[in-house]
Design a binder for this molecule. Sequence first.
Ligand SMILES: O=C(O)C1=C[C@@H](OP(=O)(O)O)[C@@H](O)[C@H](O)C1
Ligand SMILES: C=C(OP(=O)(O)O)C(=O)O
Length: 430
Amino acid sequence: MPSPHWNAPVADGPVDATVRLPGSKSMTNRALILAALAEEPVRIARPLHSRDTELMADALRALGASIEEAEGASSAAESDWRTVPGGLRGPARVDTGLAGTVMRFVPPVAALAAGDVAIDGDPYARKRPMGPIIAALRALGVAIDDGGRGALPFTVHGTGAVDGGPVTIDASGSSQLVSGLLLAAPRFGKGVEVRHEGPPVPSAPHLEMTVRMLRDRGVAVETERDVWRVAPGPVRGGEWTIEPDLSNAAQFLGAALVTGGRVTVPDWPADTAQPGDALRGLLARMGAGVELGPDGLTVRGPGGFGGLEADLHDVGELTPVLAALAALADSPSRLTGIAHLRGHETDRLAALVTEINGLGGDVRELPDGLEIRPRPLHGGVFRTYDDHRMVMAAAVLGLAVPGVEVENPATVGKTLPGFTELWASMRASA
Ligand SMILES: O=C(O)C1=C[C@@H](OP(=O)(O)O)[C@@H](O)[C@H](O)C1
Ligand SMILES: C=C(OP(=O)(O)O)C(=O)O
């Protein structure tokens, strides 16, 4: 059952807060995949516990990995994970939910399992781009029955081994189509050489994250433009500490801009592949004071801020919150390079146009983005389409617009359970 509407709180003054964020979804789910493929146990410290990461853990457990809460945490929401790889096997059923990382990263691992693995997800998951990775796996010798749909649901007929080798893919719809192949490739007989052919691949930092995390586990990876080579070989175990989720920092840092306040996110990594690191530059361009220091990243709102002209192709997941900020800015914005957002949790371009305009906004859809002209907004119901980032965007609007009622706020648990409490605690320190 969807939860009742959430009345997004209006800021009663400039926020002044330090917000400690849970771990990165993208890093946690990569660490879980690599842990399931490793030859030794792994301890994943400070992982994200959320719907997307629990679905990933459940998928890998179904394939034979042991993933348990490590001792020592005060609550399950904060516990580390300890994994012990098992022989990968079917038959198994995998629920991807609406998680892009689960639907793209698990099928290549399922191909390494001995037995059939049936994979399906939420209704909208069946609409997200999967065809290119199904075709690539087939080209690498994997038998997949998808009823000719090129989409979920499908069954991977795993044999316990994948030959691997060279493969060409059009990954313009999602970088995860490449990341999925690379992450499982150290266990393919010949590794893999993935060559992208088509319009540019989005989300370059996420591909860099994949490469870095493979190398961190001792896997040899070479890259050149639109080509990635992963050598076959063992995946090391050991400890892994997950960075805070910097994309989930967007709405909190944005609150500093909207309210003319100050927000600090501790433990901001000095060197990271997370796309959320781009917030430093993007928010500065909108007029924020941005300072990375020993206490973390601090953003200060000047009181009034400008719009943004930006190509967000590499950092598409920041769009919903940036669009909400743009709707409250002092000047128009143009966000481009994000046609692929139509294949995210929902068609995010359409959803943002409909919902911001439903509050009286002026947002226009472009072939590859959004044009946003700020104007006074009013309250109303803000629908969220099972998209966690629509809840986050609505929260930002609600700081400045009384009466924003957010439909199904619990959907934010895809990556940030406890968001509404964290949001409220930030305001309380104002
Ligand atoms: O690999 C990852 O962890 C992700 C890659 C990106 O996907 P796309 O390339 O499909 O945008 C990003 O938007 C998503 O939130 C997470
Ligand atoms: C696009 C996103 O998620 P997913 O991993 O499901 O693709 C996102 O978190 O913004």
